[in-house]
Design a protein around this ligand. Structure first.
Ligand code: CP
Ligand code: NVA
Length: 298
């Protein structure tokens, strides 16, 4: 049994295999009903379109049965402990997929669960997203080796997972993030051998990069900081045509979506051929399958 709580739970080989398996699923090379007769719970404390729907469809397509639950529908909403909920659900289902505010609560659940737990986003990480993103880049460029990525914007959950993934795979990563907003897992990524450079000025940070990755300035749960965050990030950290023109001519833009058009990214970039966001979203379905297979069928 394996949990997937953090990208750091994986070895470089396992991450590469998950990426390749995602591409296999996309190319229709895997047909078996690997989750036949398996029930999988999805517990979402925050909204979700891509993650929740792609996991539900992935489970169905693999022959399993998804059970989607909101936090407040469960006794959790009335104060039952996370530990007891984990102990009880482990008796009914074969895995639990969770989107929670606090990463510490995900760790607490996993500690008491005897079935695999999959992180569907917390305040700290979004590992399933980054597996789909790497598959998107591998499909687009034909390889990951040698790619130089620049993250522009907030050092958030997606950025943390990207830092760890780049460290595992030896990819060059530049962070263009305002002071005070660096990703909390930056030091960990460096300890893992990650080549992470910090260049606060976006126009300098994107020079020679193959990939610009951005995400919202205000993540779920940070709504009360929205005004102050906008003052820090906007317009300096916006990915627009002018910034894109400073990169390599064949560079691409990633965004995990949902986006705030006109804030962290402009419409002309988001809806251009250079932006792979809808391929990333599509690949969430295939990465969901590779993650389920990895956690349940080893
Ligand atoms: N990218 C992502 O996780 O999207 P959702 O919030 O729609 O699941
Ligand atoms: N950083 C964003 C990602 C959403 C998929 C958030 O946590 O809201």
């Amino acid at each position: 049994m394996r949990h997937l709580l953090s990208i750091a739970d994986l070895s470089p080989q396992e991450l590469s295999q998950l990426v390749d398996r995602t591409i296999d699923f996309k190319e229709g090379k895997v047909g078996e009903k690997a989750l036949r007769e398996k029930c999988i719970a999805l517990i979402f404390q925050k909204p979700s379109t891509r993650t929740r729907v792609s996991f539900e469809v992935a489970i169905n397509e693999l022959g399993g049965h998804p059970i989607s639950l909101g936090w407040s529908e469960l006794q959790l909403g009335r104060g039952e402990t996370i530990a007891d909920t984990a102990r009880v659900l482990s008796k009914y289902v074969h895995a639990v997929i969770m989107r929670l505010y606090k990463h510490t609560e995900l760790l607490e659940f996993a500690k008491h669960s005897s079935v695999p737990v999959i992180n569907a986003l917390t305040d700290l990480e979004h590992p399933c997203q980054v597996i789909a993103d790497l598959a998107t880049l591998k499909q687009h460029f034909g390889k990951l080796e040698g790619l130089r990525l620049t993250w522009v914007g907030d050092g958030n959950n997606v950025c943390n997972s990207l830092c760890l993934a780049c460290a595992l795979l030896g990819l060059e990563l530049v962070l263009s993030i305002p002071e005070g907003y660096d990703p909390p897992l930056l030091d960990k990524a460096r300890e893992m051998g990650g080549k992470v450079e910090v260049r606060r000025e976006p126009s300098e940070a994107v020079l020679d990069c193959d990939v610009i990755y951005t995400d919202v300035f205000v993540s779920m749960g940070q709504e009360t900081q929205a005004e102050q965050r906008m003052r820090v990030f906007y317009p300096k950290y916006q990915v627009n045509r002018q910034l894109l023109e400073k990169t390599k001519t064949n560079s691409v833009v990633l965004h995990c979506q949902p986006w705030r058009i006109g804030q962290e990214i402009t419409a002309d970039v988001a809806y251009s051929e250079r932006c792979l966001a809808f391929q990333q979203a599509e690949n969430r379905l295939h990465s969901a399958k590779s993650v389920l297979e990895f956690c349940l069928l080893r």
